[in-house]
Design a protein around this ligand. Structure first.
Ligand SMILES: [Ca+2]
Length: 348
């Protein structure tokens, strides 16, 4: 077995190697193929494996130590000299292609079928984002994703409709409080299976990994009627510049009755602030303290047009009291108080 592990190792990049050694089964399998080149006088199983490695037409190899036969096989077509009289596979062969993380090899297509949430030609990595999960036809749910800039995966809720929605904020119930510290906003809080904030560091990793995203801001009224606004090429800077807000343009989603309106543009280029980390440009006031939330606040605080992470108060008459601590979105909800707020990213 030790030798087999070593043989497999020769073909794999370091990442694949680590996953494979831990999680895949390297045992030989019986195949049935006449598409094998036989080399007489081979030196060892390792030598045979290396031959297969360097031959793009070789996908399985078999080694017979006595009398020293190395078979380099192209496919397992189910016919030919390595089948028994009733078609039984006879040749004890090793796969060149190794699927990591529990992926299974389709010996006809020579490709790996990956478990949900894994991707790559040998299942060697997590999905980059929910849009990739959508492309792979995964069902909605909590997934561990790993954008290319991230050194480890993190969990997110993916709703796999309309290109794959990757939620950065979900507020369906008033229970989860959003007036949190800088550390909590940086790392994320709540429950990814329910209401939560994904975390600024994760949003930074997602929006700086070479993929282009649009941000959706959705608000629902008491009757669950939704309105949406889209921000194109949304991204934020890293923590050294307090996760500054950037986007290229904005427009409402769907028909005129669904228009939420733009209440974020005054904050374009602003740093993120929390009550314990005042990064807004207003030297006379702490905007996050005034609004009891974390957000990208413009300067001065009076220019703030939206406070989507403020208190979710849900007045029965749906009228916003004008309290600066509550959720509001002036354009175009006016003095209406939203009952639910969700924000998600979709690849452009
Ligand atoms: Ca301030």
């Amino acid at each position: 077995m030790t030798k087999n592990l070593f043989v497999i190792c020769m073909f794999l990049t370091p990442n694949v190697l680590i996953q494979s050694v831990r999680e895949t089964n390297f045992s030989a399998r019986k195949i049935c193929s006449d598409l094998c080149n036989v080399e007489i006088g081979g030196r060892s199983s390792l030598h045979c494996a290396l031959k297969c490695s360097s031959d793009p037409n070789c996908f399985f190899w078999a080694w017979d130590s006595n009398p020293g036969l190395c078979k380099l096989c192209q496919a397992t077509d189910g016919t030919g000299g390595n089948c028994g009289s009733n078609g039984t596979p006879m040749l004890n062969a090793y796969n060149k292609v190794v699927c990591a993380n529990g992926g299974t090899l389709d010996i006809i297509s020579r490709s790996c079928s990956c478990p949900a949430g894994f991707a790559g030609n040998v299942c060697q990595r997590r999905i980059y984002d929910c849009s990739e999960g959508y492309q792979l036809n995964l069902p909605s749910g909590v997934y561990k994703i790993q954008p290319s800039l991230a050194t480890s995966p993190f969990s997110v809720y993916c709703k796999n409709v309309w290109g794959g929605r990757m939620f950065i904020a979900i507020r369906l119930e008033p229970d989860l409080l959003f007036n949190r510290t800088w550390e909590e906003y940086r790392n994320g809080f709540g429950n990814v299976a329910g209401d939560y904030w994904l975390g600024l560091q994760n949003i930074y990793l997602l929006t700086n990994s070479g993929l282009n995203y649009k941000l959706y801001v959705q608000m629902k009224d008491k009757a669950d009627f939704f309105r949406q606004q889209i921000y194109f090429s949304f991204k934020i800077s890293d923590e050294t510049s307090s996760y500054r807000l950037y986007f290229n343009s904005t427009e409402p989603n769907a028909g005129p009755q669904r228009v939420l309106g733009d209440s974020l543009s005054p904050a374009l280029g602003s740093r993120f602030s929390t009550y314990d980390a005042d990064h807004d440009g207003d030297v006379t006031e702490n905007c996050a303290l005034r609004h009891q939330s974390g957000w990208w606040f413009p300067s001065p605080c009076n220019l703030t047009e939206g406070n989507p992470l403020g208190r979710l108060v849900r007045p029965s008459d749906e009228v916003w009291s004008g309290n600066s601590e509550d959720i509001f979105w002036l354009n175009d909800l006016g003095n209406k108080a939203p009952y639910k707020v969700e924000m998600w990213l979709v690849r452009l």
